[in-house]
Design a binder for this molecule. Structure first.
Ligand code: ADP
Ligand code: MG
Length: 407
């Protein structure tokens, strides 16, 4: 990436503020997926081994500027301690006199985790004073939170006005991997896109039409495309206010000669329930009292056959209601097909919260070229948008001027 990274800076004895994305799913105090914590380890370990004083910070969930005991970072500190094999101390707040006292006690090679940044409304408001106060804790700023880089918050953007700002190793890996989709991807470049709704993904679809040779559509989103073609889909999730947009995307695909593939058959059920009775029908034969819950076997085969030629694959969004195992086969099959493309030397990249969860759940994450921790940030990156957290980093080769160089 075109940014200075932690490798380019002498960090020994320096206080380093590391903004990580430790926003993991927590259910009843227990972390259900620690991928983001593990993904943050290389940067943390690298800095500690080189004698930095690491001040680690993250958000967790959406506390909306208020202290929320259910969103304390304590479970994250405990998991991090397990993974690092050493205790991880925490502050009681993201900022304040206690934080300064705790940091003053740290020695090179020590680590402290600040409490949830979003307990302070100033974080998401990108308040300049709050950003300056966070910056005053450290000599160097490291952004390793790719998943939060699409937001200009105090800890991702504001703070960079006060400290030399460099990329962490995860940030670098994410940007480099996703850039492979934007700069000369090997052809054919095929995208698989699904998920619940078209509405949140119009810009991604448009960006993919500009770059891909084929876009394979599944999930609830496909229903809206099929409805725009005049099909009746019973009780299925269809966004009636998006029919024009779906129509426009299909016209654009024709104009650009991009193959936009839609499901030809579907798994249907009377309701979204673990024990619902399922059937497979052609997409033009969905009864009034049934809903589409997955792509059908013919669609899976057609998509697999099409992907067999791809040299680059991007996947976002599950093919069905994969949270329920009997509706997950379309999603699982796509994951296996894409993993096989990796084995055949194609570049395969998965981005998006639920699609990544599906791939992780199948144990196929290490069979992909890259599985983004980014969620929304990875989609905005694919859309070609500039991410404020990335833009704010020093360009490669920039000189580092520490604010409080020892005399
Ligand atoms: P991602 O997080 O990978 O970007 P989305 O958030 O867009 O994916 O979509 C994921 C959601 O889409 C899942 O909760 C899944 O149950 C839902 N979904 C997929 N297919 C259907 C469908 N046919 N009907 C209703 N919901 C669906
Ligand atoms: Mg999602």
């Amino acid at each position: 990436m075109n940014a200075t990274t932690i490798r380019d800076v002498d960090v020994a004895g320096k206080r380093v503020f590391v903004r990580a994305d430790l926003n993991v799913p927590i259910d009843d105090g227990r972390i259900t997926d620690d991928t983001r914590i593990r993904a943050s380890l290389p940067t943390i370990v690298n800095l500690l081994e080189r004698g930095a004083i690491v001040i680690l910070a993250s958000h967790l969930g959406r506390p909306k500027g208020k202290v929320n005991d259910a969103l304390r970072l304590k479970p994250v500190a405990d998991r991090l301690a397990q993974l690092l094999g050493r205790p991880v101390r925490m502050t009681g707040d993201a900022l304040g006199p206690g934080v300064q006292v705790a940091i003053d006690k740290l020695r090179p090679g020590d680590l402290i985790l600040l409490e949830n940044l979003r307990f302070r409304a100033d974080e998401e408001a990108n308040d300049p004073e709050f950003a300056a106060a966070l910056a005053s804790l450290a000599d160097l700023y490291v952004n390793d939170a790719f998943g939060a880089a699409h937001r200009a918050h105090a800890s991702t953007e504001g703070i960079t006005h006060h400290l030399p700002a460099v990329a962490g190793l995860l940030m670098e890996r994410e940007v480099d991997a996703l850039s492979r989709l934007l700069t000369k991807p090997a052809r054919p470049f095929h995208a698989v896109i699904g998920g619940a709704k078209v509405s949140g993904k119009l810009e991604v679809l448009e960006a993919l039409l500009a770059r891909c040779q084929a876009v394979l559509v599944g999930g609830g989103m496909a229903n809206t495309f099929l409805a725009a073609r005049g099909l009746e889909l019973g009780k299925s999730l269809v966004e009636m206010d998006q029919l024009d947009n779906a129509e426009r995307i299909m016209a654009e695909a024709r104009r650009k000669r991009v193959r936009l593939m839609l499901p030809t058959d579907a798994v249907i059920a009377p309701q979204i329930h673990r024990r619902a009775k399922t059937q497979v029908v052609p997409v033009d034969a969905v009864p009034k009292d049934q809903m589409v819950v997955d792509i059908g076997p013919d669609t899976r085969s057609a998509y697999a056959a099409h992907l067999a030629k791809a040299k680059t694959v991007f996947w976002n969004g599950p093919m069905g209601v994969f949270e329920i195992s009997q509706f997950a086969e379309g999603t699982n099959e796509m994951a296996r097909v894409i993993a096989r493309r990796t084995a055949a030397k194609a570049v395969t990249i998965v981005g998006g919260g639920d699609s990544v969860a599906a791939v992780e759940g199948l144990g196929l994450a290490d069979k992909m070229t890259h599985v983004s921790t980014g969620g929304g940030a990875s989609l905005e990156f694919i859309e070609g948008k500039s991410l404020p957290g990335v833009e704010a980093l020093l360009p490669a080769g920039a000189e580092i001027n520490f604010p409080k160089e020892d005399a």
